[in-house]
Design a protein around this ligand. Structure first.
Ligand SMILES: *[C@@H]1O[C@H](CO)[C@@H](O)[C@H](O)[C@H]1NC(C)=O
Ligand SMILES: *[C@@H]1O[C@H](CO)[C@@H](O)[C@H](O)[C@H]1NC(C)=O
Length: 453
């Protein structure tokens, strides 16, 4: 019996969809259903994670910063003429590289075989964070920024006629997919115009704010992904100080509020944040910022991770610290691989959109170097629009997960990491002193006894 064309249709359709979905670079109207992203990749270290990224088969890959480590770190030195830490430090811990060196590091990154494979298959776009900008924690004051911008755009193969070459900063946006299945990607520049830390000034600067306003008010999209190098929702510093601080939008509270107000007033549905920077992965959610839940999927890093920064024996300790760190925004789900629902191992972010589901579904996921899921959330895209179910607003002083700010946690809870550390140190010191006293009195008793005899 000859196969009728009708019988072949079920076979051909997936093939057609496959071919169409492959051709995003040629055709920006192609339906986008798989997006990967990541941050913090050491160009001098092996980068095995690319195999897993390629395995996910993304149509778009988004760099969220620290795409290379362009700056240099002096050794940890507490004392002496070249001390790099403490209030008495006399040289900065980080210093920038000359142009040739930064260029060389980008070349090393681009030559990674796994990354080359990804570039052949997916559209690669991105923004930067501090280390590829040129200097740890740097903002608008960094003089190397004009040159760094050129090197990043070279690395990303930015089209020669792109306005990104001429503007101050690397922010940009993309619109993918046909009507009804549109995905907009907005990439922010959190460095070029950023005021000093602790100033509560601006992160984006006026021109970028005006641009962002136009982008959010502009043509509709079913999903809008906003890429920010630093975390938007979580305020880790609020619960880890004074032990350590990380950068985040929360450390510029007025600027963060402005961002939420803008999303609200733009009436744009389907906004999701993605971020990097912190060397671990987590999914957080804020219910009291807009008319619908705001998710922030943090993937960090592709090679750099909190667990890999310590000897293997301390990794369980890092996991314990992750469990003990208070959080009000993190999404805890049964899908988490680790108890803390963070991932302290190298990871990348994976976004999957099922446009055929009714209503369309979106899955936000973190995957490890093997490509295994370490945490995910999945919901209908229609969850990201105003609804009665989301009419939850902050009510008095009651604790509300995904709404109560970290700074509003009870003092004891908020400072439990610091209390635990300082408590452990204090108890150890007291134990050593007591032991010393005991030894001394024992030996003096012994000598007395010896003399008497
Ligand atoms: C990158 O990797 C190299 C080689 O393993 C290492 O010497 C260097 O310290 C790493 N840099 C960072 C920023 O971790
Ligand atoms: C985040 O924490 C810092 C440090 O405790 C605090 O100054 C800031 O106001 C917090 N931001 C928000 C949005 O709660």
């Amino acid at each position: 019996m000859a196969t009728s064309p009708r019988a072949l249709a079920p076979l051909l359709l997936p093939l057609l969809v496959f071919i169409l979905s492959r051709s995003l670079r040629a055709d920006p109207e192609a339906v986008v259903s798989r997006i990967a992203f990541g941050s913090c990749a050491n160009q001098s270290a092996p980068q095995p994670v690319w195999e897993a990224v390629v395995g996910f088969d993304p149509q778009v890959f988004i760099w969220l910063g620290d795409n290379v480590y362009g700056d240099n770190k002096r050794p940890f030195r507490l004392f002496g003429r070249e001390s790099t830490v403490g209030p008495w430090k006399n040289v900065p811990q980080f210093y920038p590289s000359p142009e040739e060196e930064l260029r060389r590091r980008y070349e090393m990154a681009k030559a990674k075989p796994g990354y080359a494979k990804l570039r052949e298959r997916a559209l690669v776009i991105g923004t930067w964070d501090d280390h590829d900008y040129g200097l740890n924690d740097a903002g608008k004051e960094f003089i190397g920024k004009v040159l760094s911008q050129k090197l990043l755009l070279d690395f990303l193969d930015e089209a020669k006629d792109s306005s990104r070459w001429k503007q101050a900063g690397v922010y940009t946006s993309y619109m993918f997919g046909p009507e009804g299945k549109r995905v907009k990607v907005i990439l922010l520049d959190t460095r070029y115009h950023r005021d000093p830390l602790l100033s509560d000034g601006t992160i984006l600067g006026d021109p970028q704010w005006q641009w962002l306003e136009r982008e959010l008010h502009g043509p509709q999209s079913e999903i809008t992904i906003i890429g920010s190098s630093i975390q938007v929702i979580s305020n880790l510093s609020a619960t880890t100080r004074p032990l350590f601080y990380v950068e985040s939008w929360a450390r510029f509270p007025r600027e963060r509020e402005r961002l939420f107000r803008l999303i609200d007033s733009s009436k744009r549905n389907g906004v999701i944040f993605i971020s990097g920077d912190v060397h671990f992965g987590e999914i957080s959610r804020f219910d009291c910022g807009a008319q619908y839940p705001l998710y922030d999927i943090t993937s960090s890093g592709l090679t750099q991770s909190v667990e890999n920064s310590v000897p293997a024996v301390f990794q369980p300790l890092m996991r314990l610290v992750a469990v003990l760190t208070p959080t009000t925004m993190r999404v805890f789900s049964p899908n988490c691989h680790y108890k803390s629902c963070t991932c302290g191992q190298p990871n990348f972010g994976a976004i999957e959109i099922d446009w055929n589901a009714v209503p369309p579904q979106i899955k936000l996921e973190l995957r490890d170097v093997q490509g295994n899921s370490v945490g995910s959330v999945e919901f209908p895209v229609s969850d990201l629009e105003p609804s009665n179910a989301h009419a939850i607003r902050k009510e008095g002083h009651l604790f509300q997960r995904h709404c109560t700010l970290e700074t509003e946690l009870p003092w004891l809870v908020r400072h439990r990491l610091a209390l635990l550390l300082f408590g452990t140190i204090a108890v150890s010191v007291i134990a050593v002193v007591l032991l010393g006293i005991a030894c001394l009195s024992a030996s003096s008793m012994f000598t007395k006894k010896f003399k008497m005899e």
